[in-house]
Each structure stands twice: as C-alpha cells, then as structure tokens.
Design a protein around this ligand. Structure first.
Ligand code: IPM
Ligand code: MG
Length: 356
C-alpha cells in the first residue's frame, strides 16, 4: 500500500522521537512492501516562530489531504508568555477540531519488564494494568464558550446527544474488541451534561448486551484507578475528565515515555502521538525515549491503515528490545543487567528486531 503521512514533529524532543518513529515505519514499509510518503509540517512553538500562529491553514489543509498524521509534542517555556490566543496548545486543539478527531484512545499498559517502576504497592497491581481510556476530544468544556467579563470568567461544558452517542459507540466497540468491560465515567450526581451522558450510554448499553457496563463517578474513578487499576478494561468519558484520568493512569505504569495515543475521526484519518510532552529540559541531548512515539506509529498502522500484522511487528520488536534489557534513562531501574542507550540506539534496536 501507498500511504501519505503528515508529520508534525513539534517542539522540544518532538523532532528526535519522531525521527525514530519514521525510521521504524520505513523498516516496516521495506519488510512488508509498502510505501510511506511524508509531508513535514510545522505545529506548535516552531510554527509560532516561523509564521506567528501555532498552525497555519495550509498545514491543516495538508493534514486533511494525508492518510494520517504523526505528531511528536508541542510547547515549551519559550512560548509560555505568548499571547494566549497563539499558544502552541491552540494548534493542537485546532487540528483536533478541524480534522474532526473526536475519539482519543489512550492505552495504559504496564510492561512486565518495567513493573518495578509502578508507584503502587504490589497488592494493588496483582491483576496487572492494561486498560484503554476512550476520551471524547472535540466537545465539552474545551470547546464550549470561554468568557471573561470584568471579574468573572466562565467555561461552558456542553454536549449534544449525538456527540455523546458517537463517542459512546467507540467505547462499546473498543470493549467488544478487548475484554468486554466498559466503565462510563461522569459526574451525573451534579452535572446536567453528565445526566445526558448517562442517559445516552444506557441506551447504547442495550445494543451491546455482551458488554459488562457500569457507571462510575469521576471522583470515584480517580480513586479506583489507584486502589485497583486491574478492575478496568475500557473507560469512556468526556473531554476534561479524560484529560485528567489519562494522566493519572499513565503514571501508574511508571513510564509515561512508553504510552502512545490515537485520535480518530469518522473516517480513517487519525492523528497519532505519544502522551508525554515536549520535555524541553532534555531536548537535543539524545536521551529521550522514542518508544511512545514508535508505539503511536504502530497504532497508526492498526487503526488508520488496517495493517494489523505490521503493527504487531512493531509492538513485538519493542517487547523484544525491553526483554534484551535495553532502556532509555527514564525507564531505568535498579536492575544491573540493564543497558542504558540513546534515543537513536533504541530506534536502531527496534528496527533490527523488525528486520529479523
Ligand atoms: C493532552 C494535553 C492537551 C489537552 C493540552 C496540551 C491542550 O494535556 O493531550 O492531554 O488538554 O488535551
Ligand atoms: Mg492532558
């Protein structure tokens, strides 16, 4: 197959980690007989520096014309004092909205090789950690009206039935492909938007009798994630709750540098990025962990290109490299067998494993 990938390397460690993901994609292309063509575009601080905006309309257009988008990370202290209207994050929100990326999948998995990095007591993780957060990404308080008037400010959390239904469906479909357990997270004891959320979810639950469904209040969910994360399979929730819970969940694995994500639309066009930030403090030092981005590229193959065996090949190669005790510094433990290597070397090891 021939696929065109828009590449937004972004800021900080973005360029170095994306380079490794592209190296891996090229090895996959060679091995499985595909052609990947890359369209390099600017987003975030780098775009503000060049064009005065976090993403240009032309870059958005070219993303829309691609088969999918690969993103590194955006932002950094240099742009913290920017006019709020042109902050790097605005670029990200604009791409999500313009490309209709309403479904954000954030897998949270504890790699057995890295289990000592989990900050929880062993008894809390007896069932392991392998859950998927399905976060609504183009609605809710992020996209409701934001207003500041005199000494008062407000942000509107707004959802329509159809917005809830389409993300709910992604939640149920995702559960069907996994262990058929779905927790829908809301704050229906207080918020009207959550009451509507719950009503729609209950309607959908009737269509998926095989899925073991339950409602969980967001505060309780935050607690349960720490108490016993193994109880969760798929969590579906609105935009801001998903933002917060996914950061919490990623920390449980102790290795935020390993976590990928996919943002999906109604078509096969999706955007794929690691969940960590641009880590400006280590940018350019060659020590960043590219695995979150490499696994995001695997998600791209699986979800946008329907290339399951190619995605498996990347995931197995990552597993093999961890089994061989290769680590970047962020995932180092007390284990003396471990060999700390650079961002580029990890990329090379993963490529070698795919070629095998
Ligand atoms: C995320 C980030 C973004 C969000 C920020 C950078 C706007 O925290 O992708 O989780 O809040 O969605
Ligand atoms: Mg976040």
């Amino acid at each position: 197959m021939n696929k065109k990938i828009a590449v937004l390397k972004g800021d900080g460690i973005g360029p170095e980690i994306v380079d490794e993901a592209i190296k891996v994609l090229n090895v996959v292309a060679e091995k499985f007989g595909h052609t990947f063509e890359y369209d390099y575009l600017d987003m975030g601080g780098c775009s503000i520096d060049k064009y005065g905006v976090p993403i240009t309309d032309e870059a958005i257009e070219r993303c829309k014309q691609s088969d999918s988008v690969l993103l590194g990370a955006v932002g950094g202290p240099k742009w913290d004092t920017c006019d709020p209207a042109v902050r790097p994050e605005k670029g990200l929100l604009k791409v999500r909205a313009e490309l209709g990326l309403f479904a954000n999948l954030r897998p949270t998995k504890m790699f057995k090789q890295l289990s000592s990095a989990c900050p929880l007591k062993e008894e809390c993780t007896e069932n392991g950690i392998d859950l998927m957060i399905v976060r609504e990404l183009t609605g809710g308080i992020y996209f409701g009206e934001h207003k500041t008037e005199g000494d008062t400010a407000s942000d509107l959390m707004i959802y329509s039935e159809s917005e809830i239904e389409r993300i709910g469906r992604v939640g149920f479909e995702t559960a069907m492909k996994r262990n058929k357990k779905l927790a829908s997270v809301d704050k229906a004891n207080v918020l009207d938007s959550s009451k509507l959320w719950r009503k729609i979810m209950h309607k959908l639950a009737e269509e998926y009798p095989e899925v073991e469904y339950r409602d969980v209040l967001v505060d309780n969910c935050a607690m349960q994630l720490i108490r016993n994360p193994g109880q969760f399979d798929v969590i579906v929730t609105e935009n801001m709750f998903g933002d917060i819970l996914s950061d919490e969940a990623s920390m449980l694995t102790g290795s935020i540098g390993m976590m990928p994500s996919a943002s999906l639309s109604e078509t096969t066009l999706g955007m794929y990025e690691p969940i960590h930030g641009s880590a400006p403090d280590i940018a350019g030092k060659g020590i960043a962990n590219p695995i979150g981005t490499i696994l995001s590229a695997a998600m791209m193959l699986r979800y946008s290109f329907d290339m399951a065996k190619e995605a498996d090949a990347i995931e197995q190669a990552v597993d093999a490299v961890l089994n061989e005790n290769y680590r970047t510094i962020d995932i180092k433990s007390e284990n003396l067998q471990e060999k700390i290597i650079s961002c580029i070397e990890i990329g090379d090891k993963i490529c070698d494993n795919i070629r095998k």
